[in-house]
Design a protein around this ligand. Structure first.
Ligand code: ADP
Ligand code: MG
Length: 222
């Protein structure tokens, strides 16, 4: 669940400004976020995940006020609660596909890496069509393959909230649908919330709600 109120954000550098009076996404809701490049979609996901902090306003994610947490607590909260598919994937290039998918289990001491988890990683990889590349180093993957590794990694620790930043942006139509199927099936099976940034208008029909960024005020700082 996501609740934003009276949010104001600007980067230290540059004059981009984002103002969101109110935004709520209920638990189990599947929402697409659309808007032109540069309007602040990635920034908004980072605010929800506690990667960025607003200058004012409130961000409650899964019932926790992330703006009230210190850096370490925000990081722990993120790792424990949120499956993030970064726009730039953020894979560790010197690790294999399997180890990248399992990364949440290596950085979160409260998660135990046992055999069923490895099996889940393999199963997720098969479902997105990279099951034959588990041992491959991340540097030796195409963009579309990296993107699918990032999707598997976001789901491996069974988060309640998935924030996916253009997760189908580098994929052909067949793989687009395959990745979206996995995200939506996951959300249904785990009663999870899915907030996905996308430019693919043909995918919008699969969401319960579409939020168009133009309903917010974003642009140059006043
Ligand atoms: P979108 O994801 O909708 O394409 P972003 O959220 O990435 O947009 O960026 C919104 C605006 O903020 C853009 O104008 C971008 O140039 C600017 N921006 C993004 N990251 C930073 C940063 N770290 N520092 C300063 N400005 C940034
Ligand atoms: Mg973006």
């Amino acid at each position: 669940m996501i609740q934003l109120a009276e949010l104001q954000f600007g980067y230290r550098e540059g004059d981009f400004a984002l103002r969101i009076p109110k935004l709520e996404v209920q638990q189990r809701e599947r929402v697409a976020l659309i808007g032109p490049s540069g309007c602040g979609k990635t920034t908004l996901l980072h605010l929800i995940a506690g990667i960025a902090l607003p200058q004012s306003g409130r961000v409650r994610t899964n019932g926790v006020d992330v703006t009230a947490l210190d850096d370490g607590a925000r990081r722990d909260f993120r790792i424990g609660n949120i499956g993030l598919v970064f726009q730039e994937f953020e894979l560790l290039e010197y690790l294999s596909v399997l180890d990248n998918i399992l990364l949440p289990y290596r950085i979160n001491p409260s998660l135990r890496l046992e055999t069923p988890v490895r099996e889940r990683a393999e199963s997720l990889a098969r479902q997105v069509g990279i099951g034959d590349k588990l041992a491959r180093m991340a540097t030796r993957l195409s963009h579309g393959e990296k993107q699918r590794v990032a999707v598997c990694r976001a789901l491996i620790a069974e988060p309640e909230l998935i924030l996916a930043d253009e997760p189908t942006g580098n994929l052909d139509p067949a793989n687009k649908n395959r990745v979206l199927d996995i995200l939506i099936n996951y959300a249904e099976e785990h009663a999870a919330t899915l907030l996905m940034v996308t430019h693919d208008r043909d995918l919008l029909g699969r969401f319960e709600r579409v939020i168009d960024f133009k309903t917010f005020h974003s642009g140059e700082r006043a």
